[in-house]
Design a binder for this molecule. Structure first.
Ligand SMILES: Cc1cc2nc3c(=O)[nH]c(=O)nc-3n(C[C@H](O)[C@H](O)[C@H](O)COP(=O)(O)OP(=O)(O)OC[C@H]3O[C@@H](n4cnc5c(N)ncnc54)[C@H](O)[C@@H]3O)c2cc1C
Length: 441
């Protein structure tokens, strides 16, 4: 049935049991189907918006276009790669996160026609909207690096936390590593959770220190960035950690090729364009990323391919009935689930205002958070806004490595994530205000 117009499977009800879903065909429907709100993508941001508006607008008013069967809490991937959580803690049936008030088009959005308010799916279904929220995340591009992704199949010490397919292998690579050059990379594109390429390095370093392997290991962090981290307050502490632990940090180095048979990696020096070969014994690769191809080919993006929204209202700069959330936007902040949670509150109020013909008021302040896991016992809880200025929730210096922050990352943030999917968590701003006695925003 797949691929033919009208044979798309539309799923209405969230399944009562994991991975048991009920579908019905739309083959009897003719012409475009109309919705008050269409949400494209049901990851962290899209699920939250669908939950909020599914219950607000009622059954049959909201459609979700999402091709995947499984939803992952990707923010947990670092902990899975480090052996602190299992994949089953992160993965859940997509049917369990799409509210039963919403119609689920289990398909890819392929074309956007913002002049006629229509999204067309891969199977050719035309879905008409009054309002649209784009929440399509980022696409991973292992294939941009010559030799990947096939190298993952032959080299158990070539690992990545960025894909559900590979993340569970990381801990095995770390635990069976016998020493040598251990390389960690960050690519020359915007990525989700820009701290994650370092977090797994600190976890590996802790394991190797405890097992004695570190004495036989040289840790190298090759980053395409020119700084350790985008927010200066936290960059400083990370630089210090690398110095203390003997980690070599090389800025403006971009991985371009991997030869697993020779255990060699080629990096380009971005300042000069010169390429050099680095022998590796263990390597964690963070892949280049772009917005999904279907989005990049659409008329709703800026020249770099990201949905072109006002960074404060999250409303499209040309089409006022289009909004966007999360990693696929051109909002200039670090791309995290924490940022998407904070954007949810802004969208809830702004879309409601737009639906009622009112002025958009709430302003997104760029809030984002990156729990920088620095060992199996500590974490630096980075929280910051546009331009990297700190927006810390707790009334103590969060740039310090703390055990309590690791416990927060492991046990509290997954709860916040689940609440977010239900539309009940819009970031920590109320707590920040409370903990700072109302003296902060
Ligand atoms: C290793 C790793 C560690 C991370 N650590 C953290 C952390 O500690 N803290 C934190 O806050 N964040 C972290 N993140 C980032 C966080 O997971 C993302 O920023 C967040 O998921 C973004 O939400 P989103 O809704 O924009 O995109 P996603 O959650 O990626 O969802 C996008 C959805 O769009 C769907 N989609 C794609 N193309 C189409 C299409 N054509 N049509 C319809 N649907 C489509 C996808 O299937 C997907 O379901 C981490 C991510 C990774 C990979």
């Amino acid at each position: 049935m797949a691929g033919s117009r009208g044979a798309t499977l539309l799923l209405r009800c969230a399944a009562p049991k994991p991975f048991k879903v009920s579908y019905f065909s739309t083959s009897s429907r003719l012409g475009a189907q109309n919705y008050e709100l269409v949400v494209v993508g049901s990851g962290a941001g899209g699920s939250a918006i669908a939950s909020k508006f599914g219950s607000k607008l009622g059954k049959g008013k909201v459609a979700v276009i999402e091709p995947s069967d499984v939803h992952y809490n990707q923010a947990m991937f670092t902990l899975i790669g480090g052996g602190l959580k299992k994949m089953e803690n992160s993965a859940r049936p997509m049917s369990s996160v799409i509210p039963d008030t919403c119609d689920w088009f289990k398909d890819k959005a392929m074309e956007f026609d913002p002049k006629n308010d229509i999204v067309t799916t891969a199977a050719g279904d035309q879905i008409k909207y009054q309002f649209l929220v784009v929440a399509m995340g980022l696409q991973l591009h292992y294939e941009y690096i010559k030799g990947l992704p096939e190298a993952f199949d032959v080299d158990p010490y070539l690992v990545t936390n960025y894909s559900p397919k590979y993340v569970s292998r990381t801990i095995n690579g770390i635990e069976t590593f016998k020493g040598g050059n251990a390389v960690f990379t960050l690519p020359n594109t915007p990525i989700k959770c820009a701290g994650a390429p370092q977090k797994i390095m600190y976890l590996a370093e802790s394991k190797w220190k405890a097992s004695g392997i570190k004495n036989k290991t040289k840790l190298i962090y090759n980053t395409a960035l020119g700084v350790m981290f985008s927010a200066p307050k936290y960059a400083k502490v990370l630089e210090q950690i690398c110095k203390e632990r003997g980690i070599e940090v090389n800025f403006k180095r971009n991985l371009v090729e991997v030869r697993p048979d020779k255990k060699e990696a080629d990096f380009m020096k971005l300042d000069t364009g010169e390429t050099y070969t680095l022998p590796y014994d263990f390597m964690h690769v963070t892949p280049p990323m772009t917005p999904p191809t279907e989005l990049m080919n659409s008329p709703i993006v800026d020249p770099t391919g990201y949905v072109n929204v006002n960074k404060n209202t999250l409303q499209h700069v040309v089409y006022p009935n289009i909004f966007a959330i999360g990693d696929c936007t051109n909002v200039p902040t670090s791309k995290t689930a924490a940022a998407a949670a904070s954007q949810c509150g802004v969208l809830r109020r702004n879309i409601t205002a737009a639906m009622n013909g009112k002025e958009l008021v709430p302003k997104y302040d760029g809030y984002t958070s990156c729990p920088l896991v620095t060992s199996y016992e500590t974490c630096v809880m980075a929280e910051f806004g546009f331009d990297g200025h700190p927006m810390e929730t707790f009334p103590f210096n969060q740039a310090k490595e703390r055990r309590t922050m690791l416990l927060t990352k492991k046990h509290v943030l997954p709860v916040c994530y689940n609440l977010m999917l239900k539309g009940w968590w819009e970031g920590p701003a109320p707590f920040r205000k409370l903990f700072h006695l109302g003296l902060t925003k």
